[in-house]
Design a protein. Structure first.
Length: 286
């Protein structure tokens, strides 16, 4: 579906044979990594793909993808952008790593039975000082883990390490964990830390990073902003402060934002990824 949508978006733009500057994605939750691989089959690894997974009114609610006035379910939606000006972008989590690190010793897709040979939920609960004690043996932990997600090392920007965030979602009866992104045996995982204030303030740092990555003559005329819905729920009473962070960096430049159940973007060119609890910013130049 990702490959078909990419080809159709390019064809609909009347730009067959010309790579877009950026692809803007909406996908159903659950298979985002595969969707990105399908898109790469069509456009290669160097076209940035930004977007977010569909959200719903509740964590177990039905999702829809909206396209030209029509609602779909289980769809991949892509817009191929061929702007007249340059673009600049940034993708970040804004969380910081803790001293707790481990190796995945058993994994199956988005199910994490073991880390360091022990039940995953028990290890996570010990690391977090009993944060999910009430959920051991089964239960949702999306709310509890929003400020204590897992991170997978994902390269460097300069001397700063980057982590792809993974949001733990449930504990199963055997104290395995289900996640909101795929995991593989042998992966290194790090317990990450965030705070309410860091969630509120970090969007400005991502906007600033996109501005810093732009060429010297760049003048932003508009912006697209992706903000994780889980982070939004954690700071809902102060969401206006999040918007003010964008305005503080962009001034009167208009922007459009969306709250998502998963985020897609790239830390570095050639590496589009699916993550959780993240922010993406795309700036459209003059």
């Amino acid at each position: 579906a990702g490959a078909r949508a990419a080809q159709r978006a390019i064809d609909d733009a009347g730009r067959a044979g010309e790579l877009p500057a950026l692809l803007w994605l909406t996908a159903q939750t659950g298979a985002e990594e595969d969707v990105l691989l399908g898109i790469e089959d069509v456009v290669g690894p160097n076209v940035p793909v930004f977007g977010g997974s569909s959200a719903a009114n509740s964590l177990d609610g039905r999702q829809s993808q909206m396209e030209r006035g029509r609602a779909h379910e289980g769809a991949v939606l892509l817009s191929a952008l061929y702007p007249s000006g340059e673009i600049s972008y940034a993708f970040s989590s804004g969380y910081v790593p803790s001293e707790h690190r481990c190796r995945v010793t058993r994994a199956a897709g988005r199910r994490l039975p073991e880390i360091d040979g022990l039940p995953a939920a028990e290890v996570y609960n010990r690391w977090t000082g009993g944060l999910i004690s009430a959920q051991l043996g089964g239960g949702s932990i999306l709310e509890q883990s929003a400020l204590r997600p897992l991170g997978r090392p994902s390269g460097w920007i300069g001397k700063v390490p980057q982590f792809l965030l993974i949001h733990p979602s449930t504990v199963e009866k055997d104290n395995s964990m289900t996640l909101s992104a795929n995991i593989n045996e042998g992966d290194e995982l790090v317990l990450m830390h965030g705070s309410r204030e860091s969630l509120i303030g970090r969007v400005r740092s991502v906007v600033d990073a996109a501005l810093e990555a732009a060429p010297p003559s760049f003048r932003a005329q508009g912006a697209l902003v992706i903000f994780c819905a889980g982070c939004m729920l954690a700071v809902r009473d102060d969401i206006e402060r999040v918007a003010q962070g964008v305005i503080a960096s962009l001034g009167a430049t208009p922007f459009l934002g969306r709250f998502t159940f998963g985020e897609q973007g790239c830390f570095i060119r050639g590496k589009n990824q699916h993550a959780n609890l993240s922010i993406g910013v795309i700036l459209l130049g003059h």
